[in-house]
Ligand binder design. Sequence first.
Ligand SMILES: [Zn+2]
Length: 292
Amino acid sequence: MPYDDCPPPTRRARPLSVAAALAAVCLTAAGCGGGPETGEAGAASPRPGADAATSAAPTPTGKQPLPKGPLTGRTVVIDPGHNPGNRDHTREINEQVDIGTGRKECDTTGTATNDGYAEARFTLDVSHRLRALLEAEGARVRLTHDADRPFGPCIDERARIGNEAKADAVVSVHADGSAVGNRGFHVILPAGVKGGGADTSKIVKSSADLGARIAGHFARTTGSAPSNYIGGNTGLDTRDDLGGLNLSTVPKVFVECGNMRDPKDAALLTAASWRQKAAQGLADGIAGYLKG
Ligand SMILES: [Zn+2]
């Protein structure tokens, strides 16, 4: 299925368990433990413009001064996976770009729920919510795109945006497109790669820290369990085939928030209230990482 940068990853057990990740965040957070799945009854049905309401949330972007907060002076780049316009630009997004260790498509269309809620809309909505939460803590936030371009950016440009911003942390927001019954979230960490323009040696450790904190907080705020099909229930996976990670020179992870093709996960992903919890988990994880 056509999702980026999100083909079926290698199945490798990760040394760091989600329990360890949870323990890390539970030092300061009560009620950790990845509770039971919290299905969202009355999930918002996919409808055109549904995201517009959420993006109207007060986000002091642009000219308004950021509030002072614990993240003042820190820069976070949020990368909403894919672009709703990609499906109308298949020729352009199929063009190959250099990812250091090889060549890969510029971008892909992303997946969708069976009811047609596109991953590209989901990623933008969660990214808007995440931006608002981080800006409220004083962080300077930049999105790699805001559906303000016909397609893309290409995966190499997505990495470059984070690098040039000298971001303290970058999170690429996605949802997976796997088989029915495959459920839960996972965070993808950069493997150590070196080749061409790719060299992740300086970001492997910091990205692993960022990813573990996000996994722990994401489990706590959403109640979702770590993926039951990738990462051996750790909620963490490591990959060497993602251009967006290979080309990054700043700490970066991908987050697959759930499986859009599973009806139970889809019910969560299409619920605005769940997406807010997801954004909160991401924000808490990023903040935890930045505060050290
Ligand atoms: Zn994706």
